[in-house]
Design a protein around this ligand. Structure first.
Ligand SMILES: [Zn+2]
Ligand SMILES: [Zn+2]
Length: 380
């Protein structure tokens, strides 16, 4: 028997979702149903709303969420109703070559079926409306009161963790801290710059602080973000809109060039800046995702002579079952500040306004809190 739930649905010709009632089928084999407590609004959601990427539509939006398991489908053994979970946007099949290599964040079936098809692992959707099939987004679709996800896309966490805040561990924090710890393996004493001080960039800054980097330079075109960046560990800041040559300005801060530069924005110019600002043996880490079809250039001779590297980091190279509970623990131990990254809480009805805030640089992370009584918009 299908549930009727409110959800944010983006149709093929719209740039903002409508909040409508949709039908959600019960969990199938190897799937679980989760009542969403809160969903985070991420830069990738803006790419979806701008149609920068080929995402099957209509789609129930959202890929960052946390909540409580409310039902389990046949064959589910690792979760039970009542479990608290953070959702992962790369569920893993456990059987493909990448899963068998111990790289669940590169699961081939999650990429080829779930992400590309907008469906669950069996190739079908649980979402319908007036007889029409709607698509899942990355197997999560957290901008909804209730969702059905693959069992491996719901990561059980400790029950004393605040279910609204830990939502952002599912994308921003996993992506940012994971890029530092798993992809780049930043060592103590290293010098780091982070381009973009939004949800992912601030998570990179926190990861660099946890790694005991000696310098952490926050680069952003909006200096309003620097207070939070400093509180989370940035030692230096650079307003890239105030200088003609940001690479030269970075070199003025760290004259020998940087050991690691993280591009948490994903634009041609930010990727090129990340490479240009490297010192000897440095690594540029591409974390922010660009629109489809863009290109960046670099000087390969300089790269080779300086033993530099360019690293792609998708989802922070995290093993969700290993890393998400660990990141929640770090928060509960007071070592990872999640509240500082949340700039506002809004009800689901205001999903479109939350996207506006993000697009116009007024928000860090906005949480869409299900059944929230009041409104609290962006404040920086
Ligand atoms: Zn995201
Ligand atoms: Zn797999």
């Amino acid at each position: 028997m299908e549930n009727t739930v409110r959800a944010a649905v983006l149709s093929g010709d719209a740039t903002r979702p409508d909040i409508v009632e949709v039908e959600l089928a019960p969990p199938g084999h190897g799937e679980v149903e989760v009542i969403i407590s809160a969903a985070g609004v991420c830069g990738s959601d803006l790419h979806v709303a701008r149609h920068d990427w080929d995402v099957p539509k209509p789609v129930v939006m959202g890929h960052e969420g946390a909540g409580v398991v409310s039902a389990i489908g046949p064959g589910v053994t690792s979760l039970k109703p009542g479990d608290h979970v953070v959702l992962s946007w790369v569920p893993s099949c456990g059987n493909c070559r990448q899963c068998l290599r111990g790289r669940p964040w590169q699961c081939e079936l999650a990429a080829s079926v779930v992400a590309v098809g907008g469906v669950l692992f069996d190739g079908t959707s649980r979402w319908h409306r007036h007889g029409e099939t709607l698509h899942h987004y990355l197997g999560v679709s957290s901008f909804a009161e209730r969702v059905v996800v693959p069992e491996t896309g719901a990561i059980r966490i400790r029950e004393d963790a605040p279910l609204d805040l830990v939502t952002i561990v599912g994308c921003a924090v996993a992506t940012g801290v994971g890029a530092v710890q798993n992809t780049a393996k930043v060592e103590a004493g290293a010098t780091v710059a982070v381009i973009g001080a939004g949800g992912v960039g601030l998570s990179v800054i926190q990861g660099a602080r946890l790694a005991q980097a000696s310098r952490i330079v926050a680069v952003d075109s909006n200096p309003m973000k620097f207070d939070v960046a400093r509180r989370l560990g940035a030692t230096d800041t650079l307003d890239s809109s105030s200088v003609p040559d940001p690479a030269a300005a970075l070199r003025a801060i760290v004259p020998e060039g940087l050991d690691y530069v993280f591009d948490a924005v994903g634009l041609t110019q930010t990727t090129e800046l990340a490479i240009a600002a490297l010192g000897l043996g440095g690594a540029a880490v591409i974390v922010g995702l660009p629109p489809q079809g863009t290109h960046a250039s670099f000087d390969p001779l300089a790269l080779a002579e300086a033993n530099q590297r360019i690293l792609g980091s998708n989802y922070g190279s995290v093993d969700p079952h290993r890393d998400i509970p660990r990141l929640v623990d770090l928060h509960m131990e007071g070592r990872l500040d999640l509240e500082a990254m949340v700039s506002g809480r809004r009800p689901l009805e205001e999903a479109a306004s939350a996207l506006d805030d993000l697009e116009q640089g007024r928000a860090l992370r906005t949480l869409l809190v299900m059944d929230a009584p009041g409104t609290s918009g962006a404040n920086g």
